[in-house]
Design a binder for this molecule. Structure first.
Ligand code: IPM
Ligand code: MN
Length: 355
């Protein structure tokens, strides 16, 4: 019997719909050859809908989305909407309500892609960041008192429960084992300053590492030093695990070392529920409708979606498609300078992935 999956699609704002269309094109092409049946349902959440209706996200959205096997998201962010409203009201709300407590962000340099790192190539840049995706300062705990006076005080707290820390670390250990490369998991923290939060992270890291993952080598790096090594010695890394905000910051650095937002993919994962896959880059509104934006990050996110659904063969076909188009066709990853249009890139990847 054919494996079949129903996918919720949120194309979102700006160039989101254009890149998502190419991801779906490639998914359909590999599904056909792998005997997978895919069913797509589109939701119009995003800036335009908000400006039209005044509603950011219907309260029923998360429950509705739980019915799908996965969610495929383009981009959220609209130039006419104040920053924060859509990001918090759609993206972060869905991450929280669907309890997608892992943000998985591979940093992999493909052949023929230019990196700003001197003397580094694909053999040096291939690691994965496991970003905790449900806690930390993103919890939204805090406030401002005496606002508007010279005495005003703003507080935003970094909050972690043992439960959150433990489930994230366990995922990271399992992932490192399954990845089966150097079997090295590095905790990225700030034990010298955040002496409460990273005391907890560090203790749990070694506790469960000792007890349950003796085959996985453990390392620790301060987050500031990590930024240095990501530039100078990225080949040291296999899997990195860190808290939410640190993960947010270091994965933008990671993304630029792998060729930038045109290629960087991410997955918001709930290992026991429904996960949501999205390119790391934003909605790039100035390129909307021009058919010049690079769809590879969105295609790579769709590849992660297939991998997470257990469709490894379909996923590796998609990766092959990406690698081939980079080797044979693309002049650059930058919008407008690829030498091909958005839709042509999708056509080529679909063709290579299916052959
Ligand atoms: C990301 C983004 C989001 C985050 C923003 C848009 C809320 O930067 O996915 O990395 O901070 O998580
Ligand atoms: Mn970010």
């Amino acid at each position: 019997m054919a494996r079949s999956y129903s996918i919720a699609v949120i194309p979102g704002d700006g160039t989101g719909p254009e890149v998502v269309a190419e991801g779906i094109k490639v998914l359909k092409a590999v599904a056909a050859v792998e005997g997978i049946s895919l069913d797509f349902t589109t939701y119009d959440f995003g800036g335009d809908r908000y400006l039209r209706t005044g509603e950011v996200l219907p309260d029923s959205a998360a429950d509705e989305l739980k019915k799908y096997h996965a969610i495929y998201l383009g981009a959220i962010g609209h130039p006419d909407v104040k920053p924060g409203i859509l990001e918090k009201g759609i993206l972060l709300r869905l991450r929280f309500e669907l309890d997608q407590y892992i943000n998985l962000r591979p940093v992999k340099l493909y052949p023929n892609v230019e990196t700003p790192l001197k003397d580094k190539g694909p053999e040096h840049i291939d690691y994965v960041v496991v970003r905790e995706n449900s806690g930390g300062v993103y919890t939204g705990s805090g406030g401002i008192t005496m606002k508007g006076t010279p005495h005003e005080v703003a507080v935003q707290e970094m909050i972690y429960s043992r439960f959150q820390v433990e489930r994230c670390l366990r995922y990271a250990f399992e992932y490192t084992r399954k990845r089966n490369r150097r079997k090295t998991l590095a905790l990225v923290g700030k034990t010298n300053v955040l002496t409460y939060v990273f005391d907890l992270w560090e203790r749990v890291f070694h506790e469960i590492g000792d007890r349950e993952y003796p085959d996985i080598k453990r390392e620790y790096y301060h987050v500031d030093a990590t930024c240095m090594w990501m530039v100078k010695n990225p080949e040291w890394f296999d899997v990195l695990v860190t808290e939410n905000m640190f993960g947010d910051i270091i994965t933008d650095l990671g993304a630029i070392t792998q060729g930038g937002m045109g290629i960087a993919a991410g997955g918001n994962i709930n290992p026991g529920g429904v996960s949501m896959f999205e390119p790391i880059g934003g909605s790039a509104p100035k390129y909307t409708g021009m058919n010049i934006i690079n769809p590879l990050a969105a295609i790579a996110s769709a590849q992660m979606m297939m991998e997470t659904l257990g469709e490894d063969k379909a996923a590796s076909r998609m990766e092959q498609g990406i690698v081939k188009v980079l080797q044979r066709d693309l002049k650059s990853l930058a919008a407008g300078r690829m030498g091909l249009s958005t839709t042509q890139v999708g056509d080529k990847v679909a063709e290579y992935a299916a052959s």
